[in-house]
Design a protein around this ligand. Structure first.
Ligand code: F0G
Length: 409
């Protein structure tokens, strides 16, 4: 039977699937959904999942719900979906040469209904909210979760309330949340402060949809099912993802664990989490070998999506790194900017947070930590149009720098 379980293996406390708690009642750590998919034959499901993609019904062909055997079960008419997922896997061209490798692919999760990977988790989280009869849903956000929550709440007939750190979410993301009809609460301080104040309020009338909600993680994990399907179930050597609150790395780690345990894949890609240097608590922990995360009190980076100092899912993310033999690293804002420009010039485009991946790959290749023949998938998490101010400002800076470098005769 599908149920909730504490994500700390030594605790393992179980709860009913539809329990509204977000933390283990025994040890206080995060929960995860446990689905028993052992009765399914991998080769049968692999074919069935592909066949569903051909359906004209978005409830059936959704890139999340076509993997329903590994998800909590709902009646088809109860799914809150916008036909998310089924996104492209694009081969790097100029970026491949720039990073110094031969086999680089981008899994672009920014090409989703609201322009970020959050939609994959939101369809699952919002479906559970509707199942529970929630009237108002809420999240703290650096912008993308807010945009996604607002859209899916509108689809599900619920009221959305989003808490944003004042002046820190891009105008584009704020505009999306407003367009989809969310009530926006601007909070003084960082994303961490916004999340803390929302959690501390403990309003029982709000259904909470940040990535500590285990249903969000279930939806997000399907990105790995889809990626591996696109790679004919042959995992790459490396899977590179940006790290903020670390929900996505947790979700991908869970997917890889499940797919390996159920015989869908034979080996695991090594997961590399890349943080921004000014918001790098997990990279610091990784380098120091510390056992507990020390929060970065004043996180600072141009990649506002991942300007997070106290990531809630760090233990789950670390489990994923350990499971896959991966690593955690950080890159500077300058490196992010350069990589972002390269992804744009390759005709792909992404928001700054996503470009941490290419910046990280280039760095690891330059030190010899990644072999240039390795197969690599970088996950791009947000669309280029998510932060247009950043693009225009950095282009102006580039031009003025180039101008000032012209020799004067
Ligand atoms: N990339 C983008 C574009 C994001 O918006 C986020 C997180 C991440 C990467 C990091 O993912 O938190 O799962 O490690 N954005 C959240 C938000 C925090 O509120 O939109 P993570």
């Amino acid at each position: 039977m599908t149920h909730l379980r504490c994500s700390v293996p030594d605790c393992g406390t179980t709860l009913d699937l539809h329990d509204r708690g977000l933390a283990c009642p025994k040890c206080g750590d995060l929960l995860e959904v446990v689905v028993d998919a052992s009765q399914h034959e991998p080769s049968v499901l692999k074919n069935l999942w592909l066949e569903r993609r051909l359906s004209m019904s978005s409830r059936y062909s959704s890139g999340v719900w076509r993997f329903r055997e590994f998800l909590p079960d709902y009646a088809e008419e109860d799914l809150v979906t916008l036909g998310e997922g089924n996104g492209a896997l694009v081969r790097g061209q100029t970026t491949t040469a720039w990073a110094g490798v031969r086999n680089l692919w981008f899994k672009h999760l920014g090409w989703n209904p609201t322009g970020s990977f959050k939609d994959l988790g939101m369809t699952a989280g919002m479906t559970e909210a509707k199942f529970l009869g929630a009237k108002t849903v809420a999240c703290a956000s650096t912008g993308n979760t807010a945009a996604s929550l607002a859209a899916y709440a509108a689809r599900g007939g619920m009221t959305a309330r989003v808490y944003l750190p004042v002046g820190q979410a891009s105008a584009n993301k704020l505009a999306q949340a407003l367009d989809f009809g969310a009530a926006v609460v601007q909070v003084t301080g960082s994303f961490d402060d916004a999340l803390n104040s929302l959690l501390a309020a403990g309003d029982p009338d709000l259904y909470f949809l940040n990535s500590i909600n285990p249903f969000r993680i279930e939806g997000q994990k399907t990105a790995m099912f889809e990626l591996l399907e696109q790679l004919a179930w042959q995992p790459p050597d490396y899977l590179v993802i940006p790290g903020g609150n670390l929900g996505n790395s947790s979700a991908f780690g869970k997917a890889l664990r499940e797919l390996k345990n159920h015989g869908f894949i034979e080996k695991l890609p090594r997961m590399i989490i890349v943080q921004a240097e000014g918001a790098n608590p997990l990279a610091r922990l990784w380098r120091s070998g510390a056992k507990e995360l020390a929060a970065v009190e004043y996180p600072e980076t141009v990649a506002t999506a991942i300007r997070i100092g106290n990531p809630r899912s760090w233990k789950k993310a670390l489990q994923a790194i350990e499971l896959t033999g991966g690593l955690v690293m950080d890159v500077t804002d300058e490196e992010i900017g350069e990589a972002k420009r390269m992804i744009g010039r390759d005709g792909i485009g992404c928001e700054p947070a996503s470009a941490t991946t290419l910046a990280g790959i280039r760095k690891l290749v330059s030190t010899g930590a990644i072999d240039r023949e390795a197969t690599i998938t970088a996950v791009l998490t947000g669309h280029a149009l998510k932060d247009t101010d950043y693009i225009i400002k950095s282009q102006q800076e580039l031009e003025s720098r180039e101008h000032s470098e012209v020799p004067v005769h």
